[in-house]
Structure formats: C-alpha cells, structure tokens
Design a protein around this ligand. Structure first.
Ligand SMILES: C[S@@+](CC[C@H](N)C(=O)[O-])C[C@H]1O[C@@H](n2cnc3c(N)ncnc32)[C@H](O)[C@@H]1O
Length: 285
C-alpha cells in the first residue's frame, strides 16, 4: 500500500542515497504534485493512499529527479518574484539571485507610476520583464531573445500575469532584434545574459549542464561576450536619463565595469546577492 507518507519517505531515502542537496524538499514537492495535494493536506492526511494514476506519476517523477532533472523542470514551472512562470526546454530555469536585479531596477526607478519603456535582453521565460511590468503599472516593455521557442513561453507567461498588452516580444540577437526607431527609446535596459566561460561549463552540476539550454549559459572563453555587445550598444538605445542594469556572474564586476567605462558609461550602483557576491551593476551615460 502506497500512502502519501510512505511514498514521500521512499523518495526522500532515494534522493538522500543520491546525495541530492534538497532531498527532503524535492521529495515533498514531487509527492504533492503527483498526489495532487497541498503541503497542508500532506501534513494533516499523510495516510491517504495514492491512486494507481498518482502512483505512476509519482514513480515517473522520482525516476526523472534521480536522473538529476530539477523539480521545477518536472513540474514545468518556477516561482519568481512571487509569480509562477511556465518553463520550457528553451528557457533558463529562473534563479532566486535574479530577483536582486529586479529589486535594483525598481529601487533605481523609484516612482512605480512612471511611464517607462523597458528593454529586457535575453528575456528567456520573461521572468524579469514580467516581474517589472507587474510592479510598474504604467510601463511598457520589449523582451528580446535569440530563441523563438523561449519567446513563445515568455508570451504565455505574459498572458498568465496579464501584462501581455504592455509587453512586446522580438526574436533576434540582442539589439539586432530592434527596429531603428528604437534608438534612444529605452529608460531601462535590463539583462541577465549568458556569463559562464567555456571552461566553467565542464564544472556545472548535472541539473544545470543537462537541463538548462546552453545558449542561456555560455558566453565565450572569458564569459564576457554578451556583456561586450550589450554594453557597447547601450548608449544608442538608452533615453537621455536611462540606465542599464546587468546581472553578473561571480567575480565579473571589475571586468564589466571596465567594459562600461570603455563605452563611456559610469557606475550608477551595484548590489550584492545573499551570498555577498556583487550580483548587479547599474550603468548610465
Ligand atoms: C541567462 S539566460 C536569462 C533568461 C531570463 N532572463 C532569466 O533571467 O531567467 C540568457 C538568455 O539570453 C538568451 N540569449 C543568448 N544569446 C542571445 C543573443 N545573441 N541574443 C538574444 N538573446 C540571447 C538565451 O536564449 C537566454 O534566454
């Protein structure tokens, strides 16, 4: 007999054996998703039996997680900025650290009622753009990505969070996706670009290396390829009082600051993540 409690315990034991970092949490999330119960249901009614269909689903999830597929990918969604985002094989699984970028933009903007034009380069699931549009009720935004499939998912997420009437999505490489009428248009350019070096790719956890799309991760030999293009083009597309907000990989602050200085951009601010790494840089003309 497989109950909620026995199923949870067997998955937890399996994930511990495999040395998964968040074995208990993963087992609980998988159980609740497969058995269609809330956390509270699980705690109050642990002895409810799983139906045959639920057990099949549960076993399938356990097998996939044992192959190091992240729980968010199994469930097809991830919480970011308190909103639920659908994921796909072409989208990065949004990271909690990226919320620091959203926070930094909002602090810099100040007035939540401002009529702003936002540009999110490498929008992926659309999490940054949609979180910002959700907070800035009079802003409009453009999300650019080289992956049409990622943009399809971003579109669904924009609709889900009812900002689709203020969000435009453009396929293409960085600024090349924009029309020439976009010169000087954007009050905020934001990006969490790929920033991993080719060498670092060899050291990523299986959850990242096998399940996040490589176009979302790798940016050349020094991890700075995407920053070079984004920083170089920023002056052309920023409005006179606009700013550029970039997420950084660990240890990249100085290199990115120098790229900014070479392009005539000054540092407007920086933010650390919860681990104390300089995670965000704000640049302006
Ligand atoms: C690190 S992911 C960030 C995704 C999302 N903004 C987030 O924070 O979760 C980088 C994104 O840049 C996109 N990308 C990579 N190269 C690109 C390019 N040349 N032009 C536009 N987007 C690109 C990837 O497809 C991916 O969606």
């Amino acid at each position: 007999m497989a109950t909620r409690a026995t199923s949870f315990r067997s998955a937890w034991a399996r994930f511990r054996e495999l040395d998964l970092e968040s074995a208990e949490l993963d087992a609980r999330l998988i159980l609740c998703a497969a058995a269609d119960c809330s956390d509270l249901n699980f705690i109050t009614d642990p002895d409810v039996e799983l139906t045959e269909a639920q057990l099949k689903k549960f076993d399938h999830f356990v097998l996939r997680r044992s192959g190091r597929e992240p729980v968010s990918r199994l469930l097809g969604e991830r919480e970011f900025w308190g909103l639920t985002f659908g994921l796909g094989s072409a989208t990065l699984d949004p990271r909690a650290d990226t919320e620091v970028l959203v926070e930094a933009v909002l602090e810099q903007v100040g007035d939540r009622q401002a009529e702003l034009n936002l540009l999110d380069l490498g929008t992926g699931s659309g999490c940054i753009l949609i979180a910002l549009l959700h907070e800035l009720g009079n802003a409009r935004g453009t999300g650019v990505d080289v992956s049409a499939e990622a943009l399809r998912v971003a579109g669904l997420n924009a609709t889900r969070h009812t900002v689709d009437d203020r969000a435009e999505l453009q396929t293409g490489s960085w600024y090349q996706a924009l029309p020439s009428s976009a010169d000087g248009l954007f009050d905020v350019i934001v990006s969490n670009p790929p920033y991993i070096t080719i060498e670092e790719m060899g050291h990523l956890s299986p959850e990242v290396a096998f399940f996040d799309p490589h176009t979302a991760l790798v940016a050349g030999v020094d991890g700075l390829d995407a920053y070079r293009v984004i920083i170089e083009g920023a002056r052309r597309y920023l409005s006179p009082n606009g700013f550029l907000a970039l997420e950084l990989g660990a240890g990249q602050f100085d290199a990115v600051r120098k790229l900014g200085a070479a392009a005539g951009l000054r540092v407007l601010g920086e933010r650390n993540d919860l681990s104390g790494h300089k995670r965000v840089i704000l640049l302006a003309v």
